[in-house]
Design a protein around this ligand. Sequence first.
Ligand code: UT7
Length: 332
Amino acid sequence: MSKIHAAITAVNGYVPEYILSNKELETMVDTNDEWIVTRTGIKERRILKGEGKATSDLAVPAVKGLLEKRGISAEEIELIIFCTSTPDMLFPATANILADKVGAKNAWGYDLQAACSGFLFGLTTGAQFIESGKHKKVLVVGADKMSSVVNYQDRNTCILFGDGCGCVLLEPNEEGNGLLDAVLKTDGAGEPFLHIRGGGSLNPATHETVEAGLHYAYQEGRTVFKFAVTNMADVAVEVMERNNLTSDTVDWLVPHQANKRIIDATAERAGLPEEKVMVNIHKYGNTTSGTIPLCLWEWEDKLKKGDNLILAAFGGGFTWGSIYLKWAYTKS
Ligand code: UT7
């Protein structure tokens, strides 16, 4: 019997309507369009506006659309892995909240927190349940409402992030397509350089923690940049080499969208021309767990059955990794 792989059989995405442009940011902090575009590649990002709107509200339209595309009901989903750094609340898990909102009555689920590498960690974890034969339909969601943790008075971070959600359905595949390899890493020594220190058990929310801004995302950009450039490229090349893939046989690089310069450096190390690299950072900025599935969603029409995809990410933790995925369908 041929080995069962976990293949993506449907992908969908959702970004909120409101566009936060570089021009508007110029009115909020001391920055300018030229600096943002040349240093990051970002022109605009989407923001979820409205009282009472949370990360699960980004996921609901994405998941409903995915179910419709695949022609299945929410009750058929067996497991939901919700990758996010901005859960609706500390508990219950956003996976539970999503299941309730979309009517996934037969699913169990949990949240997975690995910052910008969240989707890769979630995809790898979800694949285990398919490969073992335990489940046949696993939903992996990558969503973040980054605007809920961004300090719009801090020009170092507020220009970078946006809100968005991408999701995929994993199902068994016996044709040799699906998730074929993964290298995932963590290094807790990265904590000082990228974190949200308030609101957890270390610094429970108080007037003091709020006044000190501990509930906001903090990043020492230059240090994170150096680690990201090296590590993201290293793992992407490692996965390519150990699967005997070359720049000719890789069809697509799907990089985490944190900075266009990091994407370009990774593509260059992998020897891949820009036509093979998915880039939408100019439109959405860094949506943390959302970036990679949002790329897959936007490029779905161009993907062909059997295409070799290399996914790669680096983020807070530090966390980083790369996945080799053989695409399982051509959209009709
Ligand atoms: O997804 C999670 C992982 N995160 C990443 O991968 C992000 C990694 N880091 C980065 O992408 C970049 O480091 C940033 C885009 C965050 C910053 O770019 P940089 O080229 O590393 O700039 P820098 O932090 O070294 O700052 C250079 C200068 C500084 O001024 P001085 O000290 O040279 O006078 C900053 O104060 O640019 C200044 N600066 C700005 N100027 C205009 C910082 N932010 C801004 C801004 N507008 N928004």
